[in-house]
Ligand binder design. Structure first.
Ligand code: ADP
Length: 253
């Protein structure tokens, strides 16, 4: 499958806002971030993290260690209790309304449970995102085929989610996440419901997207998958971050 079938994202930082941090090539920076939920649960504690534009990063750690919360801070679903969260030039903690929508248009998100609309076809599920963002019909029709091709599912355009395997549904959700060519892709336990083969399929697609310039951030507690992948890893434990490491046992293909 051609890697050029989906256009690479704009590599330049968002021109309307200052750089994300002192380091020009950082697309994500968390500075002394703490997140305490109203329940009193401390999900993240004094977290510092910088992710470079074009990186592929795994965030690992046991259940309840704060992985989902970290991603939610990046796309503004939750707000940090203290510290600063900078994403692609946006100071996420201060975003409201249109500016928050603008940030979210620059982030594709993939969830463990796919979140596809059941009574819509694959093509309609993917097109819906573009329609909601104001793309016209011609542009939607232009973008759909390469997105489906990228995930290996052009022949499933008219299928309904219930007619697809879990692995296929997750691939549709990846197509939906990248059809508007965002510079950042967040995947929260994308392989959590999949067997080993389908998990590896998903990781291979995420790697292809990374190869065309998308910054990919994946949470997983699947150590075997991380070992196969040979990408940078940070580990969360009880809301604290441990230093990056890299597993050096890449799978051959
Ligand atoms: P992980 O993704 O690693 O499983 P989470 O980020 O979901 O971890 O959760 C981290 C901690 O925050 C856990 O103790 C969890 O119970 C708590 N938590 C997560 N979401 C909420 C919420 N909406 N309200 C209160 N506590 C929460």
């Amino acid at each position: 499958m051609s890697q050029s079938s989906v256009k690479p994202p704009a590599h330049a930082p968002n021109p309307e806002v200052p750089p994300v941090s002192e380091a020009d090539d950082a697309i994500v920076a968390l500075r002394d971030v703490t997140k305490t939920y109203v329940s009193g649960s401390k999900a993240l504690i004094d977290l510092n993290l910088e992710i470079k534009r074009g990186d592929f990063l795994f965030i690992t750690g046991p259940s309840g260690s704060g992985k989902s919360t970290l991603l939610k801070l990046l796309y503004g679903e939750e707000r940090a209790t203290a510290g600063r969260v900078l994403v692609d030039g946006f100071n996420v903690c201060e975003l409201r309304g249109d500016r928050l929508s603008e940030l979210r248009r620059r982030i594709g998100i993939v969830f463990q449970d796919y979140k596809l609309i059941p009574r819509r076809t694959v093509a309609e599920n993917i097109a819906f995102v573009l329609w909601a963002q104001g793309f016209d019909r011609k542009e939607i029709e232009r973008r759909l085929p390469p997105a489906l091709k990228m995930v290996g599912l052009p022949h499933k355009a008219n299928s309904f989610p219930e007619e697809l395997s879990g692995g296929e549904q997750q691939r549709v959700s990846i197509a939906r996440a990248i059809v508007n060519t965002p510079p950042i892709l967040l995947a929260d336990e994308p392989t959590g419901n999949l067997d080993a083969d389908n998990s590896w399929q998903v990781i291979k697609i995420l790697r292809k997207l990374n190869a065309i310039g998308i910054t990919v951030i994946v949470t997983t507690h699947d150590e075997a998958l991380i070992r196969q992948s040979n990408h940078s890893v940070v580990q969360l434990c009880n809301g604290r971050l441990y230093s990056p490491k890299r597993y050096n046992q890449p799978k051959a293909n």
